[in-house]
Design a protein around this ligand. Structure first.
Ligand code: ZN
Length: 191
């Protein structure tokens, strides 16, 4: 397990089977788990949490959700497409705030990488983006624009991204500038 700050820890992503980062945010009454991974190690880490658990799934891809049937939890929050895929959970359609000694803001966010995604902001400081930041040529520019607008408006300081062993925490403006460049590079080059 690695630490982001005193409240947020995570189990890093691993290949074979591909399993995304699993985040643990410690509230007063609950432990909030964002993404549940897809390997045995993640099942063990999550199951060893003694507090009651609330699980939030960022999107429906198996590396983020594969373990969900192997876990016990009090509540499960998902985006609409995740619900369609795993057939369980409470669908989050608009911004939702949980106060539990810590503040969690769960909200849908457009993404050209994967529709139906949720992002989670903890204490107005760290926003867990999972795979939303993935960029590739040919992505839907309108969705990219909507995503950047949503991220720009967030009351947060850092973005935390999945599947990155070297650096997974970015200052807000740093990642936004990188994304603008990745998505719209050809536009600015032609100027
Ligand atoms: Zn992933």
């Amino acid at each position: 397990m690695k630490k982001i700050n005193e409240i947020i820890k995570y189990l890093p992503a691993l290949p074979e089977p591909l399993s995304a980062d699993v985040y643990f945010a410690e509230g007063e009454n609950f432990c909030y788990i964002v993404d549940v991974g897809n390997n045995e190690q993640a099942v063990q880490e999550i199951s060893s949490v003694t507090k009651k658990k609330i699980v939030i799934l960022s999107h429906y891809h198996k590396d983020h959700t594969g373990n969900v049937d192997k876990l016990e939890y009090k509540e499960l929050y998902v985006g609409d497409l995740t619900y369609e895929t795993i057939q369980k959970g409470i669908i989050v359609t608009e911004k939702m705030v949980i106060q539990d000694g810590i503040e969690l803001v769960i909200q849908p966010c457009p993404s050209p990488h994967v529709k139906g995604s949720l992002i989670v902001t903890i204490n107005k400081e760290y926003t867990l983006l999972a795979d939303l930041y993935f960029t590739k040529a040919g992505y839907d520019k309108e969705l990219a624009r909507q995503m950047l607008q949503t991220l720009e408006k967030l009351d947060t300081k850092y973005f935390v991204v999945s599947h990155q062993s070297e650096k997974n925490v970015f200052e807000k403006q740093e990642l936004l500038e990188r994304l603008v460049n990745d998505f719209f590079a050809e536009l600015s080059e032609s100027e």
